[in-house]
Design a protein around this ligand. Structure first.
Ligand code: PLP
Ligand code: 3DJ
Length: 391
Protein backbone atom coordinates (compact mmCIF):
# COMPACT_ATOMS: atom_id res chain seq x y z
CA UNK A 1 0.00 0.00 0.00
CA UNK A 2 2.79 2.44 0.87
CA UNK A 3 4.25 1.61 -2.54
CA UNK A 4 0.97 2.56 -4.18
CA UNK A 5 0.86 5.86 -2.28
CA UNK A 6 4.37 6.69 -3.45
CA UNK A 7 3.57 5.55 -6.96
CA UNK A 8 0.44 7.70 -7.15
CA UNK A 9 2.41 10.70 -5.91
CA UNK A 10 5.17 10.10 -8.45
CA UNK A 11 2.66 9.69 -11.30
CA UNK A 12 0.89 12.90 -10.32
CA UNK A 13 4.20 14.77 -10.03
CA UNK A 14 5.24 13.62 -13.52
CA UNK A 15 1.83 14.20 -15.14
CA UNK A 16 2.19 16.68 -18.04
CA UNK A 17 -1.52 17.51 -17.78
CA UNK A 18 -1.54 18.04 -13.99
CA UNK A 19 -1.71 21.83 -14.33
CA UNK A 20 -5.05 21.55 -16.20
CA UNK A 21 -6.84 20.59 -12.97
CA UNK A 22 -6.40 24.18 -11.81
CA UNK A 23 -8.69 25.23 -14.65
CA UNK A 24 -11.59 23.44 -12.95
CA UNK A 25 -13.79 24.32 -10.03
CA UNK A 26 -13.38 21.13 -8.00
CA UNK A 27 -13.70 20.53 -4.29
CA UNK A 28 -10.46 18.77 -3.35
CA UNK A 29 -12.16 16.91 -0.51
CA UNK A 30 -14.15 15.00 -3.10
CA UNK A 31 -12.74 12.55 -5.65
CA UNK A 32 -14.90 13.04 -8.73
CA UNK A 33 -15.30 10.08 -11.11
CA UNK A 34 -18.44 11.11 -12.94
CA UNK A 35 -16.97 13.30 -15.65
CA UNK A 36 -18.29 10.68 -18.12
CA UNK A 37 -21.81 11.70 -17.10
CA UNK A 38 -21.53 15.34 -16.04
CA UNK A 39 -18.15 17.01 -16.60
CA UNK A 40 -16.82 19.41 -13.95
CA UNK A 41 -17.16 23.17 -14.54
CA UNK A 42 -14.10 25.04 -15.78
CA UNK A 43 -13.56 27.95 -13.38
CA UNK A 44 -14.03 30.74 -15.90
CA UNK A 45 -17.42 29.55 -17.19
CA UNK A 46 -19.52 31.12 -14.40
CA UNK A 47 -18.03 34.57 -15.09
CA UNK A 48 -18.46 34.21 -18.84
CA UNK A 49 -22.10 33.18 -18.53
CA UNK A 50 -22.73 36.07 -16.14
CA UNK A 51 -21.15 38.43 -18.67
CA UNK A 52 -23.36 37.05 -21.47
CA UNK A 53 -26.45 37.61 -19.33
CA UNK A 54 -25.37 41.10 -18.30
CA UNK A 55 -23.77 42.46 -21.44
CA UNK A 56 -25.28 40.51 -24.35
CA UNK A 57 -28.77 39.60 -23.16
CA UNK A 58 -28.93 42.70 -20.98
CA UNK A 59 -26.81 45.38 -22.65
CA UNK A 60 -27.30 44.47 -26.28
CA UNK A 61 -30.75 42.91 -25.93
CA UNK A 62 -32.20 41.60 -29.19
CA UNK A 63 -29.33 43.07 -31.21
CA UNK A 64 -27.21 40.17 -29.97
CA UNK A 65 -28.88 37.79 -32.42
CA UNK A 66 -27.12 39.59 -35.26
CA UNK A 67 -23.94 40.12 -33.25
CA UNK A 68 -22.93 36.46 -33.06
CA UNK A 69 -25.74 34.58 -31.41
CA UNK A 70 -27.46 33.30 -34.54
CA UNK A 71 -24.31 31.76 -36.03
CA UNK A 72 -23.06 30.38 -32.70
CA UNK A 73 -24.23 26.77 -33.43
CA UNK A 74 -21.92 26.53 -36.47
CA UNK A 75 -19.12 28.54 -34.81
CA UNK A 76 -19.07 26.35 -31.68
CA UNK A 77 -19.42 23.27 -33.89
CA UNK A 78 -16.27 24.48 -35.62
CA UNK A 79 -14.49 24.40 -32.26
CA UNK A 80 -15.57 20.80 -31.62
CA UNK A 81 -14.57 19.69 -35.13
CA UNK A 82 -10.83 19.27 -34.38
CA UNK A 83 -11.69 17.17 -31.32
CA UNK A 84 -13.50 14.68 -33.55
CA UNK A 85 -11.13 14.80 -36.52
CA UNK A 86 -13.50 16.76 -38.74
CA UNK A 87 -12.57 19.39 -41.31
CA UNK A 88 -14.52 22.66 -40.99
CA UNK A 89 -18.16 22.91 -42.03
CA UNK A 90 -19.37 19.50 -40.89
CA UNK A 91 -20.27 19.97 -37.21
CA UNK A 92 -23.16 21.95 -35.76
CA UNK A 93 -24.17 22.27 -32.10
CA UNK A 94 -27.91 21.99 -31.58
CA UNK A 95 -30.58 20.23 -29.58
CA UNK A 96 -29.87 17.08 -27.58
CA UNK A 97 -28.15 13.86 -28.61
CA UNK A 98 -31.54 12.12 -28.70
CA UNK A 99 -32.93 14.72 -31.10
CA UNK A 100 -29.83 14.61 -33.30
CA UNK A 101 -30.03 10.83 -33.40
CA UNK A 102 -33.54 11.13 -34.77
CA UNK A 103 -32.46 13.64 -37.42
CA UNK A 104 -29.47 11.53 -38.44
CA UNK A 105 -31.27 8.19 -38.55
CA UNK A 106 -34.15 9.43 -40.68
CA UNK A 107 -31.76 11.34 -42.95
CA UNK A 108 -29.61 8.21 -43.32
CA UNK A 109 -32.55 6.12 -44.53
CA UNK A 110 -33.26 8.84 -47.09
CA UNK A 111 -29.62 8.85 -48.20
CA UNK A 112 -29.77 5.10 -48.75
CA UNK A 113 -33.16 4.47 -50.40
CA UNK A 114 -34.39 1.01 -51.23
CA UNK A 115 -33.05 -0.41 -47.97
CA UNK A 116 -35.35 -1.17 -45.08
CA UNK A 117 -33.26 -2.05 -42.05
CA UNK A 118 -31.56 -0.09 -39.28
CA UNK A 119 -28.96 -1.94 -37.22
CA UNK A 120 -28.39 -0.78 -33.65
CA UNK A 121 -25.56 -1.66 -31.32
CA UNK A 122 -27.31 -4.13 -28.97
CA UNK A 123 -25.63 -2.75 -25.85
CA UNK A 124 -26.38 0.86 -26.60
CA UNK A 125 -27.53 3.52 -24.17
CA UNK A 126 -31.35 3.22 -24.16
CA UNK A 127 -32.14 6.48 -25.94
CA UNK A 128 -30.35 5.32 -29.10
CA UNK A 129 -32.48 2.18 -29.31
CA UNK A 130 -35.72 3.98 -28.50
CA UNK A 131 -35.11 6.66 -31.10
CA UNK A 132 -34.10 4.08 -33.70
CA UNK A 133 -37.40 2.25 -33.11
CA UNK A 134 -39.37 5.44 -33.71
CA UNK A 135 -37.29 6.47 -36.74
CA UNK A 136 -37.91 3.00 -38.16
CA UNK A 137 -41.66 3.25 -37.50
CA UNK A 138 -41.81 6.49 -39.46
CA UNK A 139 -39.66 5.35 -42.37
CA UNK A 140 -41.02 1.83 -42.80
CA UNK A 141 -37.76 0.23 -41.69
CA UNK A 142 -37.22 -2.49 -39.14
CA UNK A 143 -34.64 -2.33 -36.37
CA UNK A 144 -32.32 -5.19 -35.58
CA UNK A 145 -30.12 -5.07 -32.48
CA UNK A 146 -26.75 -6.70 -32.99
CA UNK A 147 -23.56 -6.88 -30.98
CA UNK A 148 -21.23 -4.19 -32.37
CA UNK A 149 -18.38 -6.61 -33.07
CA UNK A 150 -20.75 -8.77 -35.15
CA UNK A 151 -21.74 -5.92 -37.48
CA UNK A 152 -19.45 -7.09 -40.30
CA UNK A 153 -21.35 -10.42 -40.38
CA UNK A 154 -24.78 -8.96 -39.77
CA UNK A 155 -24.83 -6.06 -42.23
CA UNK A 156 -26.57 -6.90 -45.49
CA UNK A 157 -27.95 -5.40 -48.68
CA UNK A 158 -31.06 -4.51 -46.66
CA UNK A 159 -29.17 -2.32 -44.16
CA UNK A 160 -29.57 1.41 -44.67
CA UNK A 161 -27.56 2.49 -41.63
CA UNK A 162 -25.98 1.11 -38.48
CA UNK A 163 -25.88 3.10 -35.26
CA UNK A 164 -22.85 2.25 -33.15
CA UNK A 165 -21.37 3.64 -29.92
CA UNK A 166 -17.72 4.53 -30.05
CA UNK A 167 -17.31 3.72 -26.34
CA UNK A 168 -19.79 1.44 -24.58
CA UNK A 169 -21.36 3.37 -21.71
CA UNK A 170 -21.45 0.36 -19.37
CA UNK A 171 -18.17 -1.44 -19.95
CA UNK A 172 -16.04 1.39 -21.34
CA UNK A 173 -15.03 -0.75 -24.30
CA UNK A 174 -13.98 1.10 -27.49
CA UNK A 175 -15.32 -0.14 -30.79
CA UNK A 176 -13.03 0.00 -33.80
CA UNK A 177 -14.37 2.93 -35.79
CA UNK A 178 -12.24 2.38 -38.89
CA UNK A 179 -12.86 -1.35 -39.16
CA UNK A 180 -16.60 -1.26 -38.48
CA UNK A 181 -17.18 1.74 -40.75
CA UNK A 182 -15.24 -0.05 -43.50
CA UNK A 183 -17.28 -3.22 -43.07
CA UNK A 184 -20.57 -1.28 -43.19
CA UNK A 185 -19.50 0.55 -46.32
CA UNK A 186 -18.46 -2.75 -47.89
CA UNK A 187 -22.13 -3.77 -47.72
CA UNK A 188 -23.36 -0.37 -48.91
CA UNK A 189 -24.65 0.73 -45.47
CA UNK A 190 -24.00 4.06 -43.79
CA UNK A 191 -22.22 4.39 -40.44
CA UNK A 192 -23.71 6.60 -37.72
CA UNK A 193 -21.54 6.83 -34.61
CA UNK A 194 -22.57 7.96 -31.12
CA UNK A 195 -19.55 9.73 -29.65
CA UNK A 196 -21.03 10.62 -26.24
CA UNK A 197 -18.43 8.64 -24.32
CA UNK A 198 -15.43 9.30 -26.54
CA UNK A 199 -15.45 12.98 -27.45
CA UNK A 200 -13.05 14.79 -25.15
CA UNK A 201 -11.72 11.49 -23.85
CA UNK A 202 -9.88 9.93 -26.73
CA UNK A 203 -8.87 10.94 -30.23
CA UNK A 204 -11.73 10.55 -32.71
CA UNK A 205 -11.02 10.57 -36.46
CA UNK A 206 -14.33 10.96 -38.27
CA UNK A 207 -12.97 12.18 -41.61
CA UNK A 208 -10.04 9.78 -41.73
CA UNK A 209 -12.20 6.75 -40.98
CA UNK A 210 -14.86 7.77 -43.51
CA UNK A 211 -17.72 8.03 -41.01
CA UNK A 212 -20.94 9.25 -42.60
CA UNK A 213 -22.80 10.74 -39.65
CA UNK A 214 -22.12 11.20 -35.94
CA UNK A 215 -23.69 12.66 -32.82
CA UNK A 216 -22.36 13.36 -29.37
CA UNK A 217 -23.02 15.08 -26.07
CA UNK A 218 -21.06 18.00 -24.73
CA UNK A 219 -21.90 17.75 -21.03
CA UNK A 220 -19.62 14.79 -20.31
CA UNK A 221 -15.91 15.00 -21.17
CA UNK A 222 -16.40 18.38 -22.91
CA UNK A 223 -17.65 19.90 -19.63
CA UNK A 224 -20.32 22.03 -21.34
CA UNK A 225 -22.66 21.96 -18.32
CA UNK A 226 -25.86 20.11 -17.43
CA UNK A 227 -28.03 19.74 -20.53
CA UNK A 228 -25.51 21.54 -22.75
CA UNK A 229 -26.53 21.19 -26.40
CA UNK A 230 -25.25 18.21 -28.38
CA UNK A 231 -23.52 18.14 -31.76
CA UNK A 232 -24.22 16.60 -35.12
CA UNK A 233 -21.61 15.70 -37.75
CA UNK A 234 -22.52 15.25 -41.39
CA UNK A 235 -19.67 14.26 -43.71
CA UNK A 236 -19.16 16.73 -46.54
CA UNK A 237 -19.97 14.09 -49.13
CA UNK A 238 -23.54 13.85 -47.78
CA UNK A 239 -24.16 17.44 -46.82
CA UNK A 240 -26.17 18.59 -49.85
CA UNK A 241 -28.34 15.47 -49.68
CA UNK A 242 -28.80 15.42 -45.88
CA UNK A 243 -32.55 15.83 -45.50
CA UNK A 244 -33.44 15.79 -41.87
CA UNK A 245 -37.00 15.42 -40.58
CA UNK A 246 -37.00 18.34 -38.10
CA UNK A 247 -36.78 20.92 -40.84
CA UNK A 248 -37.48 23.99 -38.75
CA UNK A 249 -36.78 27.56 -39.71
CA UNK A 250 -33.29 27.63 -38.18
CA UNK A 251 -32.12 25.13 -40.81
CA UNK A 252 -33.64 27.05 -43.70
CA UNK A 253 -31.34 28.68 -46.24
CA UNK A 254 -32.59 32.13 -45.23
CA UNK A 255 -34.33 32.14 -41.85
CA UNK A 256 -34.69 35.90 -41.69
CA UNK A 257 -36.70 35.93 -44.93
CA UNK A 258 -39.46 33.93 -43.17
CA UNK A 259 -40.39 32.31 -46.46
CA UNK A 260 -43.42 30.07 -46.84
CA UNK A 261 -41.59 26.97 -48.03
CA UNK A 262 -38.54 25.38 -46.46
CA UNK A 263 -35.37 25.03 -48.45
CA UNK A 264 -32.48 23.52 -46.56
CA UNK A 265 -29.40 25.63 -45.88
CA UNK A 266 -26.53 24.64 -48.17
CA UNK A 267 -24.19 23.99 -45.26
CA UNK A 268 -24.19 22.22 -41.90
CA UNK A 269 -26.75 24.75 -40.58
CA UNK A 270 -29.35 22.47 -42.22
CA UNK A 271 -28.84 20.25 -39.17
CA UNK A 272 -30.53 22.90 -37.01
CA UNK A 273 -34.22 22.92 -36.13
CA UNK A 274 -35.29 25.88 -33.97
CA UNK A 275 -33.86 28.74 -31.92
CA UNK A 276 -30.58 27.83 -30.22
CA UNK A 277 -30.35 27.66 -26.43
CA UNK A 278 -27.89 30.55 -26.23
CA UNK A 279 -26.99 30.49 -22.54
CA UNK A 280 -26.10 26.79 -22.60
CA UNK A 281 -24.41 27.11 -25.96
CA UNK A 282 -22.22 29.98 -24.80
CA UNK A 283 -21.42 28.18 -21.54
CA UNK A 284 -20.17 25.31 -23.72
CA UNK A 285 -18.27 27.79 -25.91
CA UNK A 286 -16.47 29.08 -22.82
CA UNK A 287 -15.84 25.55 -21.49
CA UNK A 288 -14.12 24.60 -24.74
CA UNK A 289 -11.32 27.07 -23.91
CA UNK A 290 -9.76 24.43 -21.65
CA UNK A 291 -8.80 22.46 -24.77
CA UNK A 292 -6.61 25.24 -26.14
CA UNK A 293 -3.12 23.84 -26.48
CA UNK A 294 -4.01 20.36 -25.16
CA UNK A 295 -2.15 17.63 -27.02
CA UNK A 296 -4.73 14.94 -27.86
CA UNK A 297 -2.03 12.26 -27.75
CA UNK A 298 -1.21 13.21 -24.15
CA UNK A 299 -4.89 13.09 -23.30
CA UNK A 300 -5.19 9.53 -24.51
CA UNK A 301 -1.94 8.51 -22.82
CA UNK A 302 -3.12 9.86 -19.49
CA UNK A 303 -6.59 8.31 -19.82
CA UNK A 304 -5.01 4.92 -20.40
CA UNK A 305 -2.43 5.43 -17.64
CA UNK A 306 -5.15 6.34 -15.12
CA UNK A 307 -6.95 3.15 -16.10
CA UNK A 308 -3.75 1.09 -15.85
CA UNK A 309 -3.18 2.48 -12.38
CA UNK A 310 -6.78 1.63 -11.43
CA UNK A 311 -6.16 -1.97 -12.52
CA UNK A 312 -2.87 -2.08 -10.63
CA UNK A 313 -4.49 -0.80 -7.42
CA UNK A 314 -7.44 -3.20 -7.87
CA UNK A 315 -5.11 -6.17 -8.34
CA UNK A 316 -3.39 -5.30 -5.10
CA UNK A 317 -6.26 -4.06 -2.95
CA UNK A 318 -9.44 -5.73 -4.20
CA UNK A 319 -9.48 -9.43 -3.70
CA UNK A 320 -10.67 -11.05 -6.93
CA UNK A 321 -12.78 -8.10 -8.14
CA UNK A 322 -14.39 -8.51 -11.55
CA UNK A 323 -13.80 -5.59 -13.86
CA UNK A 324 -15.89 -5.38 -17.02
CA UNK A 325 -13.58 -2.92 -18.76
CA UNK A 326 -10.99 -4.44 -21.09
CA UNK A 327 -7.40 -4.17 -19.88
CA UNK A 328 -5.97 -3.49 -23.34
CA UNK A 329 -6.12 -0.30 -25.37
CA UNK A 330 -9.65 -1.17 -26.50
CA UNK A 331 -11.07 0.86 -23.64
CA UNK A 332 -12.15 4.45 -23.17
CA UNK A 333 -11.60 6.48 -20.06
CA UNK A 334 -13.78 4.65 -17.62
CA UNK A 335 -13.40 1.61 -15.39
CA UNK A 336 -16.46 -0.51 -14.61
CA UNK A 337 -16.35 -2.76 -11.59
CA UNK A 338 -18.94 -5.51 -11.20
CA UNK A 339 -20.59 -5.60 -7.78
CA UNK A 340 -23.75 -7.53 -6.87
CA UNK A 341 -24.67 -4.79 -4.44
CA UNK A 342 -23.62 -1.95 -6.74
CA UNK A 343 -26.34 0.57 -5.85
CA UNK A 344 -25.55 0.28 -2.15
CA UNK A 345 -21.80 0.29 -2.68
CA UNK A 346 -21.94 3.42 -4.81
CA UNK A 347 -24.07 5.19 -2.20
CA UNK A 348 -21.46 4.28 0.43
CA UNK A 349 -18.63 5.49 -1.80
CA UNK A 350 -20.41 8.80 -2.35
CA UNK A 351 -20.88 9.12 1.42
CA UNK A 352 -17.11 8.81 1.72
CA UNK A 353 -16.47 11.48 -0.92
CA UNK A 354 -15.77 9.18 -3.88
CA UNK A 355 -18.31 10.11 -6.56
CA UNK A 356 -18.82 7.64 -9.38
CA UNK A 357 -22.09 6.16 -10.56
CA UNK A 358 -24.08 2.98 -10.65
CA UNK A 359 -25.62 1.43 -13.75
CA UNK A 360 -28.10 -1.41 -13.43
CA UNK A 361 -27.90 -4.17 -12.65
CA UNK A 362 -24.44 -4.47 -11.10
CA UNK A 363 -21.94 -1.93 -12.42
CA UNK A 364 -19.94 0.68 -10.54
CA UNK A 365 -18.60 3.19 -13.07
CA UNK A 366 -15.52 5.32 -12.50
CA UNK A 367 -15.00 7.93 -15.20
CA UNK A 368 -11.41 9.08 -15.69
CA UNK A 369 -11.19 12.64 -17.00
CA UNK A 370 -7.58 13.21 -18.06
CA UNK A 371 -7.87 16.98 -17.61
CA UNK A 372 -8.61 16.75 -13.90
CA UNK A 373 -8.57 13.21 -12.48
CA UNK A 374 -5.45 12.48 -10.43
CA UNK A 375 -3.67 9.20 -9.72
CA UNK A 376 -4.08 9.95 -6.01
CA UNK A 377 -7.84 10.01 -6.50
CA UNK A 378 -7.74 6.68 -8.32
CA UNK A 379 -5.92 5.17 -5.34
CA UNK A 380 -8.46 6.74 -2.99
CA UNK A 381 -11.36 5.21 -4.96
CA UNK A 382 -9.90 1.72 -4.98
CA UNK A 383 -8.82 1.93 -1.34
CA UNK A 384 -12.32 3.01 -0.31
CA UNK A 385 -13.85 0.20 -2.36
CA UNK A 386 -11.52 -2.26 -0.62
CA UNK A 387 -12.50 -0.92 2.82
CA UNK A 388 -16.18 -1.27 1.95
CA UNK A 389 -15.67 -4.84 0.75
CA UNK A 390 -13.99 -5.69 4.06
CA UNK A 391 -17.04 -4.27 5.84
C1 PLP B 1 -24.37 6.84 -25.56
C2 PLP B 1 -25.33 7.91 -25.15
N1 PLP B 1 -26.17 8.44 -26.08
C3 PLP B 1 -27.04 9.42 -25.73
C4 PLP B 1 -27.08 9.90 -24.43
C5 PLP B 1 -28.02 10.97 -23.96
O1 PLP B 1 -28.67 11.70 -24.84
P1 PLP B 1 -29.46 13.01 -24.35
O2 PLP B 1 -28.41 14.05 -24.09
O3 PLP B 1 -30.35 13.30 -25.46
O4 PLP B 1 -30.15 12.70 -23.08
C6 PLP B 1 -26.21 9.39 -23.46
C7 PLP B 1 -26.21 9.87 -22.05
O5 PLP B 1 -27.08 10.47 -21.51
C8 PLP B 1 -25.34 8.37 -23.84
O6 PLP B 1 -24.51 7.85 -22.94
N1 3DJ C 1 -27.58 12.90 -19.13
C1 3DJ C 1 -27.80 12.42 -17.89
C2 3DJ C 1 -28.75 13.03 -17.06
O1 3DJ C 1 -29.40 14.11 -17.52
C3 3DJ C 1 -29.00 12.52 -15.79
C4 3DJ C 1 -28.29 11.43 -15.35
C5 3DJ C 1 -27.36 10.80 -16.16
C6 3DJ C 1 -27.16 11.29 -17.43
C7 3DJ C 1 -26.21 10.65 -18.31
O2 3DJ C 1 -25.50 11.31 -19.01
C8 3DJ C 1 -26.17 9.20 -18.35
C9 3DJ C 1 -25.06 8.76 -19.24
N2 3DJ C 1 -25.32 8.96 -20.63
C10 3DJ C 1 -24.57 7.38 -19.02
O3 3DJ C 1 -23.56 7.04 -19.56
O4 3DJ C 1 -25.14 6.61 -18.29
Amino acid sequence: MTDLVAEAAALDAADPLAHKRNDFDLDDSVAYFDGNSLGAPPKHVAGRVAAVVREEWGGRLIRSWSEGWWEAPERVGGRIAPLVGAAPGQVVVADSTSVNLFKALVAATRLNPGRDEILVDADTFPTDGYIADEAARLTGCTVRRVVAEDLPDEVSERTAVALVNHVDYVTGRVHDMAALTGALHGAGALALWDLCHSVGALPVELDATGVDLAVGCTYKFLNGGPGAPAFLYVATKWLTRFEQPLAGWAGDRDPSAMRGAYEAHAGIARGRAGTPDILSLLALDAALDVWDGVDRGLLREKGLALGDFFFRCADELLDGATIATPRGEDRGHQISVIDDDAAKTMAALIDRGVIGDFRPPNVLRFGLAPLYTTYGEVLRAVTTLGELAEG
